[in-house]
Design a protein around this ligand. Structure first.
Ligand code: BG6
Length: 293
């Protein structure tokens, strides 16, 4: 399996497949512009560091579990075709099925110095193709195709965990003019006009298209740029103290070191596609320095 993956999709030292300590297959990307890592399990992006940066842009939990059938805590889990609890069946796993199963490699290439890979998964009535472009920025593009003969609806989130020096000093800019649903109280809150700060458990779905979201990691002196395209919902999440303690695969103190800003299509902004049609949701992640390097 590994030999075949490396023969078919390996790109010299720029893209190498190996067995992770857990037995899952992992791919390491190494180019003059960046280092990155993803698992075939869940098509899970686990690391992205432009060479201009000392620290990863992506947070992974030290307590993450790497096992068939389970999601990995940290990185970029893909939530699809539902977000959060299943709408009607409480026995179904949170955030859908595709983050907990192996995806297949479809292609790999070097284009303009960047490594580009495509991973695929068919889960009736959907065909998913996930394109990752590893350059000075990271671009993640999810194409969802309806392969059935009827209209289909689905929710999607690229559930990105960002690495922070200190969440309690971080600020999120770009969602000031967007209203949100507070998932903790179930209430709808009008746009506040203020940047988001973390001083308690935060779990919000912002509804509306946004141009750019900036995560200002003040303690580290680094601004992370998140540029969504065709995403009409953004989730902002930090579990803070009590929820961190309840999560078995997350360290009690790790909430200081991360926040999630998710590129999504949720609730009334969910994806709705006619038979045979497809739609693509994209997000590009970078720092000012990585783009100037
Ligand atoms: C966020 C949700 O996107 O994911 C939260 O808004 C949830 O409600 C969090 O707790 C983590 O979910 P999970 O299933 O990975 O533990």
């Amino acid at each position: 399996m590994l030999d075949e993956l490396n023969r078919k999709f390996g790109l010299d030292s720029r893209l190498v497949f190996s067995a992770h300590a857990s037995g899952l297959i992992v791919a390491d990307v190494n180019t003059p512009a960046c280092q990155a890592r993803f698992f075939l399990h869940g098509a899970h992006l686990a690391s992205f560091r432009p060479k201009s940066e000392d620290e990863d842009l992506i947070f992974m939990s030290a307590e993450a579990v790497y096992e068939q059938g389970k999601p990995i805590r940290g990185g970029v889990p893909i939530c699809f075709p539902w977000f959060g609890a299943h709408p009607t069946d409480a026995s179904e796993p949170a955030h859908g099925l595709v983050r907990s199963v192996a995806w297949e490699m479809l292609s790999s290439e070097v284009a303009d110095g960047a490594v580009m890979v495509r991973l695929g998964l068919t889960t009736d009535p959907w065909r998913l193709v996930y394109e990752l472009r590893f350059g000075r920025a990271l671009r993640m593009a999810m194409t969802v195709e309806n392969i059935s003969t009827a209209i289909q609806v689905g929710e999607l989130a690229l559930h990105t965990y960002f690495d922070l020096q200190d969440a309690s000093r971080a600020q999120i800019l770009g969602l000031e003019q967007v209203g949100y649903r507070d998932q903790l109280t179930g209430t709808d809150i009008a746009a506040t006009g203020n940047p988001i700060v973390f001083d308690q458990e935060t779990d919000r779905v912002y509804f509306g298209a946004v141009g750019e979201i900036v995560i200002d990691d003040v303690a580290r002196g680094r601004k992370l740029r998140v540029q969504p395209v065709n995403s009409e919902s953004s989730v902002v999440w930090n579990p803070w103290v009590a929820k961190s303690e309840r999560m078995a695969d997350f360290g009690n103190e790790e909430y200081h070191r991360m926040c999630c800003v998710e590129t999504a299509r949720i609730g009334h902004n969910r994806i709705s596609i006619e038979a045979g049609e497809s739609e693509t949701v994209t997000v590009t992640i970078s720092t000012q320095e990585s783009l100037q390097a």
